[in-house]
Design a protein around this ligand. Structure first.
Ligand code: HSE
Length: 321
C-alpha cells in the first residue's frame, strides 16, 4: 500500500477528469429505540471527499482539514472502506482521496460513517456504478469497524441510501428504506468526545424480558408511525428502556435537554448514535428552532461549549457534487 503523508494544504485535483467530489451527510443512528438497526440521514452537516483514480497501488489519503486523522489507509476509516472495494476490483490500481471533513469525529452524528460511505460511493461513480448500494454498505462497514471496533450499519445505510433506514440484519445484509413524513431535526453537540467503542463497552449484555417487550413495541410503533405519517405515534415510540439509561450518564444535561425540548413541542428524541450529541424531532421548522433555543439554554447554564444544527431528513444520501 502507498501511504503518503502530505500537508493539509494540497489542493484537490482541479479539472482531473478521473476525479469526482461527493458530499457525505451526517446521520442519526439508533433513533432512540432501534439500537444498531435504525438510522436516518441529515441535510447538514456534510463531509466533502474528492476521489481520483490513481496509477499507484492502494489508497493515498490527503487530509484537507484540521482533524489530523490517520493517513495510513488501513487505519483510516475511508481508507479501510476503499481497500475493501479494491479487493473486489482487480482492474483498478488505486485511489487518491482528498478528505475535507466538517463532521467532528466522536460527535455521535455519524462522522465515521460519512468517512466510510462517501469515498466508496465516489469510487462506484468512477467505476461506472458496478456495485449495488448494498455492496457499498458492505465495503463501508470495514471502515466503520476501524472506528468503533464492530461492524454496524445504522449510520452507513442511511448515509448511502438517504432517508430513514432499517437494518433488519447485517449477516446477511438486509436493508429496508422506510417512508417518513416531513420531519425537522435539531441536534446539539456538547463539546465532549464519547468514543463509540467506549459507549458500547459499558452496555449490559443482558436485557430483561419486560424491558425487551417495551422496546420492541416502541420499535414497531416508530416504524409504523413513520410509514403512516402519524406524528403522535412517532413521539410516543421515541423511548428507550435499554441503552439510554446506561449511556445518558455520560452526557451532561441530558435529562434536562430532553424534558425542556419536549415541553417546547418536540415529538421526542434522545441520544444520537452513541452520543454525546442529542437529537430531537419536530413537526415543523418553528418548533425545531424553539427546541434549539432550549438546548442552548441548558448548555449556557452548565457552561459547556456546544454546537447546534437545525436541519431536515436528507432523502438522497451521499451526493455527487
Ligand atoms: N448503533 C451504534 C451505537 C451507533 O449506538 O453504538 C454508533 O454511532
Amino acid at each position: 500500500m502507498i501511504n503518503k503523508h502530505q500537508p493539509a494544504s494540497n489542493p484537490p485535483p482541479a479539472g482531473d477528469v478521473r476525479g469526482v467530489t461527493v458530499s457525505s451527510p451526517a446521520t442519526v443512528a439508533n433513533v432512540v429505540c432501534g439500537f444498531d438497526i435504525l438510522g436516518f440521514a441529515l441535510n447538514s452537516p456534510c463531509d466533502e471527499f474528492t476521489l481520483a483514480l490513481s496509477d499507484e497501488p492502494g489508497v493515498q489519503i490527503i487530509n484537507l482539514d484540521d482533524f489530523n486523522l490517520p493517513t495510513l489507509a488501513e487505519k483510516n476509516v475511508s481508507g479501510a472502506s476503499l481497500l475493501a472495494l479494491l479487493d473486489e476490483t482487480p482492474d483498478v490500481k488505486g485511489f487518491t482521496l482528498y478528505s475535507k471533513k466538517q463532521i467532528k469525529p466522536g460527535s455521535g452524528i455519524g462522522s465515521s460513517a460519512a468517512s466510510a460511505a462517501g469515498p466508496v460511493v465516489a469510487a462506484n461513480h468512477l467505476l461506472g456504478h458496478r456495485f449495488s448500494k448494498q455492496d457499498l454498505v458492505r465495503f463501508a462497514m470495514f471502515g466503520e469497524k476501524v472506528a468503533s471496533g464492530v461492524k454496524h450499519a445504522d449510520n452507513i445505510a442511511p448515509c448511502i441510501y438517504g432517508g430513514v433506514t432499517l437494518i433488519r440484519s447485517i449477516h446477511p445484509l438486509d436493508i429496508i428504506s422506510i417512508e417518513a413524513p416531513p420531519l425537522h431535526v435539531t441536534v446539539v453537540h456538547p463539546q465532549i468526545e464519547v468514543r463509540t467503542s467506549d459507549a458500547r463497552q459499558i452496555l449490559k449484555q443482558q436485557v430483561l424480558l419486560k424491558d425487551a417487550i417495551k422496546q420492541w413495541g416502541n420499535i414497531a410503533g416508530l416504524v409504523a408511525g413513520f410509514i403512516k405519517g402519524d406524528y403522535d405515534l412517532i413521539g410516543r415510540s421515541l423511548e428507550d428502556f435499554i441503552i439510554e439509561p446506561v449511556r445518558s450518564i455520560l452526557i451532561p444535561g441530558f435529562d434536562e435537554v430532553k424534558k425542556n425540548c419536549k415541553s417546547a413541542g418536540a415529538l421526542g428524541g434522545g441520544i444520537s448514535g452513541s452520543g454525546p450529541s442529542i437529537f430531537m424531532l419536530s413537526r415543523d421548522a418553528d418548533t425545531a428552532k424553539a427546541v434549539e433555543v432550549e438546548m442552548i439554554a441548558v448548555y449556557e447554564k452548565i457552561g459547556l461549549a456546544y454546537q447546534t444544527h437545525v436541519t431536515t431528513i436528507n432523502m438522497e444520501g451521499v451526493k455527487i457534487s
